[in-house]
Design a protein around this ligand. Sequence first.
Ligand SMILES: [Zn+2]
Length: 232
Amino acid sequence: MSLPKIVVLTGAGISAESGIRTFRASDGLWEDHAIEDVATPEGYQRNPRLVQQFYNDRRRKLFDKTIYPNAAHLALAKLEEKLGKNLLVVTQNVDNLHERAGSKNLIHMHGELLKVRCEFSGKIYPWDKDVTPYDRCHCCTPPRPLRPHIVWFGEMPLHMEEIYDALAQCDYFVAIGTSGNVYPAAGFVQEAHRYGAKTVELNLEPSNVQSAFDEAYYGNATEIVPQFFSQW
Ligand SMILES: [Zn+2]
């Protein structure tokens, strides 16, 4: 029997039980900050220090001893051991919990807290400390400021071509812990469905695009995700 090709999309719901709070569409706030202030190019232009501080705080939190991958992250890493490249995890999360669990075939479509990039050339640098107003790139003359490697509202998500290629070829598309509010990710289910994939939603509660899925299971990610993937 050939191994199934699976694309998994993960969102805030998979990291919530690890203690990571992300943007909530319900009140438009992310850790008590208005989204226009900390997650838009305009907000960054208005107040780069505030925005850098915000992402410095989020980055620091990843090193907190109380933050670690949970059973849902681990289940996906374990599945990759069985399926290899047949499993692609696309995450909307900017934390590093999938990597820490052991996932390798992984796309961060909304960027990563542990990277920054040159404002001028776009060159990406690994970054595990605070960004200060004096940090500069090593790619330009004169050196330019570094910005968070985060996709803000109004910016294009990353690696879209690779993601759509995988959606066109997969047997299963599984969305875990996503609200279905943020496009283009919210449209992945229709895309996968169009190419004949079976589509599954694993979520705390029905998402906004619930009706687009063939199957759905609701509950805590740490329970329903290991349970669902135990079939392979
Ligand atoms: Zn540069």
